[in-house]
Design a protein around this ligand. Structure first.
Ligand SMILES: NC(=O)NCCC(=O)O
Ligand SMILES: [Zn+2]
Ligand SMILES: [Zn+2]
Length: 516
């Protein structure tokens, strides 16, 4: 029996209560102050000094501790079916683990079902029925036709999804080509939905994999060797340029390398709206594990893009601290050692993915705050607020403000954490951070006004998590039409010069769906 099953009070309805969190340092992305936080019926009612309450209110002492918005993980894969198996963490165990680590909301990726986005959405709604924390969805686009285009509209306008992900890798599975990417980007733009990319050159990766097998390199190190950082850099650059061509914002998921990060830096410097998401494993690990002689140990680090050589981790940390990268995810995608063993003779068959949903908040605190690279307010921005802003759910989420959802963590900076598969709450039998210790311990997690994690004990119940709808046109779209207008103006002179062609040009502009 795994740890989460031991701790969880599954099936029990935990009543939400009135809470007063007393005397902590309340941290938002914009400000921190010593204050009390009063919660009633799952909502933060007041943030003030010396709030007085009646006897019916549970008081939590937070003196000397940080009171912060619960983490929001923008990137997870729970109950994710790959060709031959399914991740061990579903919407209950994965979320229980997340709550034990201070994350109170995640955004998961819906995979279309038999090519249908709506069927995929319904499938994930079913999977998520057992949720014990709030969640939202991104939608993956795997093919292109009129139906997909129409369904994207429905998904945004009726189902509450405001982002679409395109895989530039995983040839013969999820991978799409540039033509589809362009169509998808244009549609995203017209809907005010954020285009996201898994950026690796899938054709080149395929070649690289074949080469490794021909050379007789069949172990997990072949995974790293077959998909070097240059292929991540190339795809990141290509996606960025195509998004620029269409003039739509772009979100690059799991930025793992200096090559990809530098493309994002260059684009942002030139004024393009590109968001870069490093993940916990990219910030805290290096690829040396993939060379471990024991297959089981090495295989647990196989994910795509691969965890890179030492140096990439530090560069990604620096990029995060200087604003080149904006928020931290996990790409939690948990396969156990039996599932990973499928690739014992061929690294291409090892299911890709590592854990992180439970560890992210501690790792970012230890790696970034304890090292002095970022402030505590930055910590809140990178782990919670920025995600809420990008996906248009701020300040309901990502803030400790009157009216916000009562998703709150209390972190003791003088305590410490230790990570182990023996004590974690995921169903995984391994942990890529095994044995890691650090400063800062999330002692309390409050989700939807309920204390779900306290004294190292989880109290969660299936069905208490809510689906959070996300509206289109978040702040990343603000003023974008002005760039379109400038582009249109720049075409005026050539249009006038070639009067004969003018009808053709306006026809092109009309059809191009550039919103101009
Ligand atoms: N990252 C990974 O290896 N697995 C999950 C799917 C994806 O995000 O590419
Ligand atoms: Zn990916
Ligand atoms: Zn992923």
């Amino acid at each position: 029996q795994s740890n989460h099953e031991q701790f969880c009070d599954a099936g029990t309805k935990i009543p939400s209560s009135k809470l007063l969190i007393k005397g902590g340092t309340v941290v938002n992305a914009h400000h921190q102050q010593i204050a009390d936080v009063y919660v009633e019926d799952s909502i933060i009612v007041a943030v003030n000094s010396n709030i007085r309450v009646g006897d019916d209110v549970t008081i939590i002492d937070a003196a000397g501790k940080y009171v912060m918005p619960g983490g929001i993980d923008p990137h997870s894969h729970l109950d994710f079916d790959v060709v031959f198996t399914t991740t061990v963490d579903d919407f209950f165990s994965g979320q229980a683990a997340a709550l034990a680590g201070g994350t109170t909301m995640h955004i998961d990726f819906v995979i279309p079902l038999n090519g249908s986005l709506t069927a995929g959405f319904e499938d994930y709604q079913k999977k998520a029925k057992k949720s014990c924390m709030d969640y939202g969805f991104h939608m993956v686009i795997t093919k292109w036709d009129e139906t997909v285009s129409r369904e994207m509209e429905l998904i945004v306008k009726e189902k509450g999804i405001n982002s679409f992900k395109f895989f530039m890798a995983y040839k013969e599975a999820l991978m799409i080509n540039d033509e589809l990417l362009l169509e998808g980007f244009k549609k995203c733009k017209s809907l005010g939905a954020l285009a996201m990319v898994h950026a690796e050159n899938g054709d080149a990766v395929y070649e690289g994999q074949k080469k490794m097998i021909e050379l007789g390199i069949t172990g997990p190190e072949g995974h790293a060797l077959s998909r070097p950082a240059v292929l991540e850099g190339e795809a990141t650059a290509r996606a960025i340029r195509l998004a620029d061509f269409v003039n739509t914002p772009l979100y690059v998921v799991h930025v793992m390398s200096i090559e990809a990060m530098e493309e994002i830096a260059k684009a942002r410097k030139s004024g393009q709206r590109v968001i870069g998401e490093p993940i916990a494993s990219g910030l805290a690990l290096d690829e040396s594990w993939l060379w471990h002689p024991d297959f089981e140990t090495a295989a647990k680090y196989v994910m795509s893009p691969p965890i890179r050589k030492r140096g990439h981790d530090k560069a990604l940390q620096a990029a995060l601290s200087t604003g080149i990268l904006q928020l931290v995810g996990t790409d939690h995608c948990a396969f156990n050692s039996t599932q990973k063993a499928r690739g014992i003779d061929d690294f291409r068959k090892i299911p890709n993915g590592v854990n992180g949903i439970e560890e992210r908040m501690h790792l970012v605190w230890d790696t970034m705050v304890e090292s002095g690279q970022i402030s505590v307010t930055d910590y809140v921005r990178l782990t919670s607020t920025e995600c809420a802003r990008i996906f248009n759910i701020y300040p309901r989420k990502g803030a400790i403000l009157p009216g916000s959802d009562a998703d709150i963590i209390i972190l003791n900076p003088n305590s410490s954490f230790e990570i182990s598969a023996k004590s974690h709450h995921s169903r995984l039998d391994t942990n890529v951070y095994e044995g890691r210790r650090g400063k800062g311990k999330i002692e309390v997690t409050i989700a939807g006004g309920r204390v779900v994690w306290e004294n190292n004990e989880l109290k969660v119940a299936r069905g208490t998590g809510r689906y959070i709808k996300m509206a289109p046109f978040s702040y990343v779209f603000d003023g974008l039409e002005k760039k379109d207008a400038i582009y249109l103006n720049s075409l005026e002179a050539p249009v006038n010069r070639s009067k004969n062609n003018s009808s053709k040009i306006s026809d092109f502009l009309f059809k191009s769906n550039f919103n101009i």
